[in-house]
Ligand binder design. Structure first.
Ligand code: AKB
Length: 317
């Protein structure tokens, strides 16, 4: 049986992607790992793994006969700025460990997430092209851009079939995001349902590309299923769904909760947001592997409010 290893399986993307992989391939085919212990027993096979420990990764890959790796562990943009050395070290060393082990053990496919953070202040902001100026000014963005170059290098030089997506902000309610700039678009739902007001750490008009988690998970699996001959991008695919500002999402929330109030107190994260695209051109993904998104802002708000409300009710029971 083809075994799939997920690294960072308890994170925001990892937890839902692991669930989807189990549904698609069966629980026996998936090994979920993370550096921390789960709070509740996960519904899939789980092991503790520190991806910085290359020997431990090698042993697990060989013992389990792993054939695909999804490496999702990373320090995100806002958290990375608090400890740049740690973010660089974790984001780069972990990727190089995975690429090396994949090469050594003839792993069939590797997935590694890139981000819109690879772009910077000189990048064209609207409909940002797949190939363009890239001058990221966060340590997270620098590590993602360097990571993309390494992925392409391992593909070109050693034939490792690495695939990657430049995710926009991912919005979900089941697992907490881990220190990103786009996290405001999740916090807003929690605050709207608990206190009825939200103080946003970005400016009212900070427009960023965003995506609902179901689209992100489906897109990831579709890219991994795509025929290698159809893939023209071996760095990271631009992937679009919707773009909105804090003001726009707030008025959509108000359409459901009329007393909701938003105020703005921008902090250091505003500068990060200002350096990123407001929308991306994802025609390569649409042409190469038929990417199409399903969620727009209206549908996102409906599903987030419903899901978050149920979650909060269950927590208070
Ligand atoms: C972040 O805000 O750091 C992430 C990202 C866009 O990669 N959500």
């Amino acid at each position: 049986m083809a075994k799939i290893l997920v690294i960072g399986a308890l994170g925001q993307l990892g937890s839902e992607l692991t669930q989807a992989l189990c549904e698609k391939y069966g629980k026996e085919a998936v090994i979920a790992t993370d550096i921390r212990h789960p709070e509740i027993k996960p519904a899939f096979p789980f092991a503790i793994l520190d991806v910085m420990d290359k020997e431990a990764l090698r042993k697990l890959v060989q013992k389990e006969g792993i054939q695909q790796i999804f490496h999702l562990a990373a320090i995100l943009s806002a958290k990375g700025e608090k400890n740049p050395q740690l973010a660089w070290n974790l984001n780069m060393t972990s990727l190089l460990n995975v690429l090396d082990i994949a090469r050594e053990n003839n792993i069939k496919k590797v997935f590694w997430p890139s981000s819109i953070a690879v772009f910077g202040p000189s990048t064209p902001k609207d409909n940002t092209p797949q190939t363009t100026i890239m001058d990221p000014n966060t340590v997270y963005g620098i590590s993602k851009l360097a990571g993309e170059r390494w992925c392409e290098y391992y593909y070109e030089k050693f034939g490792v079939d690495v695939r990657s997506i430049r995710y926009p902000g991912i919005i979900s309610y089941k697992a907490q995001p881990g220190g990103g700039t786009t996290d405001y678009a999740i916090d807003i739902f929690i605050q709207a349902l608990t206190t009825g007001k939200y103080e946003c750490f970005l400016e009212a008009d900070a427009r960023l590309p965003m995506m609902y988690i179901d689209d992100a998970v489906r897109g990831t699996i579709e890219l991994m299923d795509a025929d290698a001959d159809n893939l023209t991008v071996r760095s990271g695919y631009n992937l679009g769904a919707m773009s909105f500002t804090p003001e726009e999402i707030a008025s959509e929330v108000m359409a459901h909760l009329e007393n909701f109030e938003i105020t703005y107190e921008p902090d250091f994260r505003q500068q990060i947001a200002a350096s990123w695209p407001s929308s991306v051109d994802d025609s390569s993904a649409r042409d190469d592997w038929k990417w199409d998104h399903a969620y727009d802002l209206g549908k996102l708000c409906e599903v987030m409010l419903k899901g978050m409300r149920e979650l909060l009710e269950n927590q208070s029971m």
